[in-house]
Every structure is written in C-alpha cells, then in structure tokens.
Ligand binder design. Structure first.
Ligand SMILES: N[C@@H](CCC(=O)N[C@@H](CS)C(=O)NCC(=O)O)C(=O)O
Length: 207
C-alpha cells in the first residue's frame, strides 16, 4: 500500500493507523500547493479531488476520504483492536466519532487556515470550534480514549485534527481534558513514529 500525505495534514490519521496496525506501507509526500508529489507525479492525476489522504491499494485502485481509509486499514488487522467489528454497536460508536470529527471539526478548521477567508468568518468558525471543544472536554473527563481504555481509529483522527489548534491560535489549555488527551495520544510510540516520519517532531536524543 502507498499513502499519499502532506506533513501534518489530515493524512496523518491514516498514517498513524498504518503504524499502529503494523501494516507494510510506503509513503509519498505531496506538495498540496503545487499539486505535485515528491517523485514528480501530477497529484491531480492521483486524486482528481486534489486532496490528501489517498491510499493506493495492493489489490489495485485508490481509496480516498480519511474516515473510510482508516476503517479499511483497521479492518485488515482485526486483532489490533483499532476498530470494533462490523455489525457491533461499538462500530457505530466509532463511526459516530469519525463523522463528528470530519463534519464538525475538520471542515471547520479548513477555512480558518485559508488566507483569503474574511476575518469575521474565521472568528465565527473559531467560536463554533470552541463550543465543540467545550462538549468534547466534558466527554473526555475520566476517559483515556474516545472509546474508553482502548485507542481506536477515532482517536487517530481526532488527535490529528485537534493538534492543529495552536496553528490557529486556539489555546487548548482552556480544555484540560482535551489537552491531556492530545498529549496522551502524542506520547504513543507509533504516533511519535508517524510525527517523526512527517518531520513534525525531532527524534528523542539518545544519551
Ligand atoms: N473529505 C476529505 C477531505 C480531505 C482534506 O480536506 N484534505 C486536505 C488536507 S487536511 C487537503 O488535501 N487540502 C488541499 C486542497 O483542498 O487543495 C477527507 O476526509 O479525506
């Protein structure tokens, strides 16, 4: 499998899942502004939607849409516990989290990053995010991860999106449970590996 990614973008979520699941994969970096891949491909030819993540499949073809890609990957390793089995009530809970993250959080951040978005719109978007974070903070009280004790694909996605907060000058300190959650996920060895591979953190110094 090959994951097309841009450092720190929403493609970090399937990247984390690939590592947490112990799957074999290649990475291909995409310059999202120029729509070129590191190896020189025109990214529009890879994904006519012009967006990461894209997963090139071993059986041929490509899969897009992060919330679907992470389910595809986790279903390849049912023993990993990264996603509950299809048909169980827990599976729908995970899908509920994925959908919340994509529609209520991910797509609220997008226009705030864009330099052409009017300031007033950015302010309203930040207010909306703050309301969602208020609720999330209450949900996370006394919980390790979204589904309880076990890290799942829903955490890979929520972590990826919430870690953008400092880039839009939203201080997570206002939501202590959410802040602790992000720090907890960031400390997972496979998450650190993904962050390092994307150049988002430095490898730990060896003494
Ligand atoms: N619906 C897509 C959205 C993916 C998306 O928003 N990707 C962003 C990075 S986080 C992107 O590639 N943006 C570049 C662009 O739209 O030109 C998904 O959930 O995978």
């Amino acid at each position: 499998m090959k994951l097309y990614y841009a450092p720190g973008a929403c493609s970090l979520s399937p990247h984390i899942v690939l590592r947490e699941a112990g799957l074999t994969f290649e990475l291909e970096q995409v310059d999202n502004k120029e729509k070129k891949t590191k190896s020189g491909q025109n990214f529009w030819d890879v994904n006519p939607k012009g967006q990461v993540p894209v997963l090139e499949l071993d059986e041929g073809g490509r899969l897009t849409e992060g919330p679907v890609i992470v389910q595809y990957l986790a279903d390849k390793k049912p023993g990993s516990g990264l996603v509950p089995a299809y048909g169980t009530s827990e599976r729908y809970r995970v899908q509920e989290w994925l959908n919340f993250t994509t529609s209520e959080l991910h797509k609220t951040f997008g226009p705030i990053f864009r330099p052409t978005t009017p300031e007033e719109f950015k302010m309203i978007s930040k207010e909306n995010l703050a309301k969602r974070f208020d609720w999330l903070d209450r949900e996370l009280a006394g919980r390790q991860y979204l589904m309880g004790e076990k890290f799942t694909i829903a955490d890979a996605y929520l972590f990826t999106v919430v870690r953008w907060s400092p880039r839009i000058e939203v201080d997570l300190g206002k939501w202590p449970n959410l802040k602790a959650y992000v720090d907890r996920v960031a400390a997972r060895p496979k998450v650190r590996e993904a962050l390092q591979a994307e150049g988002l953190i430095q490898p730990a110094a060896v003494s």
